[in-house]
Design a protein around this ligand. Structure first.
Ligand SMILES: NC(=O)C1=CN([C@@H]2O[C@H](COP(=O)(O)OP(=O)(O)OC[C@H]3O[C@@H](n4cnc5c(N)ncnc54)[C@H](OP(=O)(O)O)[C@@H]3O)[C@@H](O)[C@H]2O)C=CC1
Ligand SMILES: O=C(O)CCC(=O)C(=O)O
Length: 438
């Protein structure tokens, strides 16, 4: 860790992600010294390649704007680099390296042949016109296209990158490279996308929670759920929770959260989708429309619930929030977001022995379905909604089984952090061992 910190100064999120993995992997590596001799971990914390580039574009007033673009190609031992693009003003090298590092383990857990990568820009799509977003995406892809390809590196969406952005990015890739390939996932269904990809991360986090509950002979029916965020992952976590009989009482955005004690239903969720995906408004409008409470500048973790789904961003649950969740009776946390719980919050969950599914396991449904989109693109054949959903569901069951296999402790407690880290590590490490010193 000292070396990682010294070599990557100021990248606190990257240090955090590496530390969590290293801490749970060290006992396993001590028992399997071959990984130590081959310096697997030292190699895994060093990206295979990092690209950083200028993204100039012209806004609607004719003024030139300059953003910074990135792509981190972290590890390709088990397949082409795969991972989303994030467009958000907070994006920097350290954040994308943490996301790329997590992605390596997550993609390995999916059982599909995908390496790990991540990219993005400090561009903020909020408040921009569609034309501005298009011009930015075209400039971003003009540079990115030289580093990616359907068998090399396949980006997708993440925060700030949804169907609209993937469309603009794909259009520019096709124009420059003159090829129609599966170079991006999250495409629209009419031009090579997969059914269920938009739903997959949220659905997957709910399927994972359901599997965790099954270990205690329970299910989601009748449970009170809190969800944070109101973007892609949150929207479909809420949809699946409603379908499974839970009562979802919160959603949020970066300005605050709404508390609806009667619970979201399909009609209310349709309002949120229209608000967020089309009008691109603020969640406060939900409180105004349905006459419920809105808590400005706050997160939903002090609301009483059985199950919590953090689906917004990293480090959105701190130690106090975690203590509050547990004090209020919450005993399941399934992370739709990447690293939404601080290390102190994770300590609280593990000490309380609740059912805690870390993001790299619980939110792997999104990238899994991206992998299924790649398969369909290679075959040039689309699968039905039922087929993709069944495959997604089975993958989440398999990931859960892997966590149980490597994370069950002597007293029977399932430490999903340990299970996901060891389960994700083995496949990548073994591939690296036989591929030589690369
Ligand atoms: N999309 C996917 O397939 C996958 C996404 N993830 C992870 O899920 C999380 C959400 O992604 P996604 O739903 O795609 O992104 P979206 O951009 O669709 O939605 C993000 C949501 O989180 C909120 N948010 C973003 N930043 C902050 C912040 N700093 N504080 C509070 N709220 C914030 C946003 O509010 P506002 O609109 O106000 O910014 C918005 O409600 C991320 O951690 C992402 O890495 C993980 C696996 C796959
Ligand atoms: O679908 C993908 O390729 C990436 C999804 C993603 O960015 C993630 O799992 O965090």
């Amino acid at each position: 860790m000292a070396k990682v910190i010294a070599k990557n100064p100021g990248e606190s999120e990257f240090h955090q992600a590496v530390k969590e993995v290293v801490e749970s992997l060290m006992p396993f590596i001590d028992e399997n010294p071959k990984y130590n001799h081959a310096k697997i971990l030292e190699r895994m914390v060093e990206p295979e390649r990092v690209m950083m580039f200028r993204v100039p574009w012209v806004d609607d007033n004719g003024e030139i704007q300059v953003n910074r673009g990135f792509r981190i190609q972290m590890n390709s031992a088990i397949g082409p680099y795969k991972g989303g693009l994030r467009f958000h003003p907070t994006v920097n090298l350290g954040i994308l390296k943490f996301l790329a590092f997590e992605q390596v383990f997550k993609n390995s857990l999916t059982t599909l042949p995908m390496g790990g990568g991540k990219g993005g820009s400090d561009f903020d799509p909020k408040g921009k016109s569609d034309n501005e977003v298009m011009r930015f995406c075209q400039s971003f892809m003009t540079e990115l296209q030289r580093f990616i390809g359907a068998d090399t590196d396949v980006p997708a969406g993440d925060i700030g990158v949804g169907g609209r952005e993937i469309g603009f990015l794909y259009g520019q890739y096709k124009r420059i490279r003159n090829e129609f390939t599966g170079v991006l996932t999250g495409k629209a269904i009419e031009w090579g996308g997969s059914l269920i990809r938009p739903e997959a991360t949220g659905y997957g986090a709910v399927y994972f929670a359901d599997q965790m509950l099954k270990t205690r002979g329970q299910d989601l029916n009748g449970k009170i759920a809190t969800v944070s965020g109101s973007g892609n992952v949150s929207q479909y976590a809420v949809e699946k929770l409603i379908q499974m009989g839970s009562k979802v009482v919160t959603m949020s955005d970066s300005l605050g959260f709404v508390y609806d004690p009667a619970g979201f239903d399909e009609e209310k969720l349709a309002f949120v989708l229209e608000l967020k995906n089309i009008r691109r408004g603020r969640i406060k409008e939900y409180a105004d429309k349905y006459n419920v409470q809105y808590f400005e500048g706050q997160t939903p973790w002090n609301i009483k619930c059985d199950v919590a789904f953090p689906c917004a961003t990293q480090n959105e649950i701190n130690e106090d929030d975690a203590n509050m969740l547990i004090k209020n009776g919450c005993y399941v946390v399934s992370e739709g977001a990447n690293m939404p719980s601080t290390p102190e919050a994770v300590e609280v969950y593990l000490k309380a022995k609740i059912l805690y599914g870390p993001g790299k396991a619980a939110n792997a449904g999104g990238v899994s379905t991206s992998g299924l989109e790649m398969s369909q693109n290679s075959m040039r054949l689309p699968w039905s909604r039922e087929e993709v959903d069944a495959r997604l569901h089975q993958i989440m069951i398999n990931i859960h089984e892997t966590c149980v296999k490597y994370g069950t402790e002597k007293d029977g407690f399932i430490n999903y952090v340990k299970g996901a880290n060891i389960g994700g590590f083995i496949k990548v490490a073994d591939a690296m061992m036989v591929q030589g010193v690369v």
